[in-house]
Design a protein around this ligand. Structure first.
Ligand code: AMX
Length: 441
């Protein structure tokens, strides 16, 4: 661990010094203004956070340290014989800000393997939940049980100096990333495969081993997992899971506490749970219509029915994006390459044609295009993973790569407790009448 940790420390010291100098010279520079609508409507468009690992452009989509998804597919190291990127390579890129070599990724993969042991009490905590418990709830319970292993919590209790916070967060983050696949696979096999667990294969990469432990040894599925774990990892800092992890971490809650909080946010249907909702919605449609291959007209009618019942069309829309999500496109490309004739995947593509004009015609939806969740489930179903309640756990394992590399940066740069100002509507009304001021805390 020494070399990668030392390299991160050296990099973050340089950035920390740059930020210090920048703030000394430009700290009072205004970055924008905040409107009343924004504070009442989910803070859309308020620039209020720094997140080093990725940046989202409304038109272009996500870039990880400046690289688009196709660029990651081209440049990141691959598994032997594979064509999709290794997600631990993306973790390295987000952490270090530089493209890893094959050797860097091999070293990181084996480091994660060595740190992947999950203590028995964590598995026991999963076993203590009723089998019917949602997999995301089991996931969060297991992460919380694993908190006993937090190096940050132990060292803080022993009086660790501020200057060492980054190191304890770094250790915890790597341990968590190493252990999450085992936890997630355990939940999957317990809930859906009669508790017939599969031992890890120490020769495989992080995502390949995850597939293996879930019971999917098909090479194409492993490639799908590598792509899946790469594209779901990060979406800049303001989304619910990333922002929550960052916020809770700012209280110096250790990475286990902070990440579990982020995962509770990911479990919401407007965020990560949308991936299960999409497949549930499609299965609902095909069941109701009595066909696996609904026509475009039938899909349009079903979309209108969903909207008339006051529900959202899952997998469509986004708080920041204003075009088709490149994460959707990457999965579509995977589908065209590996399973072009799959009926469910074809239905997803037909939905892609049918939905945007209908959403657009409503006149209120800012982005009628599909997001990442519109596609992922159909690919999983193709390979036999039909248990859609589990899908958000897959998202969560991947999201750890982004939010935990960000958390390392938060502590390395010494970011303080996050504490924005709030107001009451009473104060806003009296401010609008000129009777009061809206002041800082
Ligand atoms: N279906 C129906 N209505 C939608 C819609 C959709 N897919 N997307 C947005 N709308 C509605 C909103 O509910 C809102 O209605 P209201 O004015 O009656 O309250 C209106 O259109 C305006 O919303 P917006 O400004 O375009 O979107 P937003 O930033 O408020 O919300 C999001 C973004 C993602 C929550 C929303 O598009 C949505 O609910 N989509 C479906 C759920 C989904 O796919 N979530 C996953 C997002 C990606 C992720 O985090 N994994």
């Amino acid at each position: 661990m020494g070399a990668i940790k030392d390299k991160f420390k050296a990099k973050s010291d340089v950035v920390g010094a740059e930020i210090k100098a920048m703030l000394k010279e430009h700290g009072d520079k205004k970055i924008g203004e905040v409107t009343l609508s924004q504070i009442y409507q989910g803070m859309r468009g308020i620039t209020g956070l720094v997140s080093e690992t990725s940046l989202l452009d409304a038109q272009e989509g996500i870039r990880f340290r400046g690289h688009t998804i196709p660029e990651l597919q081209e440049k990141l190291p691959k598994a032997p014989g594979g064509t999709e990127p290794l997600p631990e390579g993306l973790f390295y890129l987000m952490l270090m800000g530089e493209m890893p070599t094959d050797e860097d990724v091999a070293e990181l993969s084996s480091l994660l393997q060595r740190r992947s042991h999950v203590p028995k009490h964590v598995l026991d905590s999963i076993e203590a939940t009723p089998l019917s418990t949602h997999p995301m709830t089991q996931f969060v319970i297991a992460i919380m049980a694993l908190q006993t292993e937090s190096s940050f919590a132990k060292r803080y209790a022993e009086g660790m100096s501020k200057k060492d916070y980054w190191e304890a967060v770094f250790d915890d983050s790597l341990d968590l990333i190493a252990r999450l696949p085992r936890i997630a696979a355990y939940i999957y096999r317990r809930k859906y495969k009669f508790g017939r667990h599969i031992e890890p294969n120490g020769l495989l990469d992080w995502a390949g081993n995850f597939s293996h432990m879930m019971g999917y040894d098909n090479e194409d599925f492993k490639e799908l997992m590598r792509l899946y774990m790469t594209i779901h990892a990060d979406h800049e800092g303001g989304n619910v899971s990333a922002h929550t992890t960052h916020l809770v971490g700012s209280a110096l809650s250790d990475p286990y506490l902070a990440f579990a909080a982020g995962m509770n946010g990911l479990a919401g249907p407007l965020h990560g749970l949308a991936n299960q909702e999409v497949i549930k919605w499609i299965f609902g449609m095909t069941d109701e219509l009595g066909t696996q291959t609904p026509s475009k007209t039938q899909i349009e009618e079903y979309v209108k029915k969903t909207l008339s019942e006051g529900k959202v069309v899952p997998g469509y829309g986004h708080a920041v994006l204003r075009k088709t999500d490149p994460r959707f496109t990457a999965q579509m490309e995977f589908g065209k390459k590996h399973l072009p004739d799959d009926p469910l995947v074809n239905t997803v593509w037909n939905i892609y044609e049918a939905v945007p004009p209908i959403l657009q015609s409503l006149g209120k939806i800012k982005n009628p295009w599909p997001n990442v969740d519109a596609h992922s489930g159909a690919l999983l179903v193709h390979y036999g993973m039909v248990e859609y309640e589990f899908y958000t756990v897959l998202f969560g394992v991947s999201r750890a790569l982004g939010v935990l590399s960000s958390l390392c940066w938060d502590r390395a740069l010494g970011f303080p407790l996050e504490r924005p100002k709030s107001v009451t509507t009473e104060l806003v009304k009296s401010w609008l009448e000129g009777k009061d001021e809206i002041w800082g805390d």
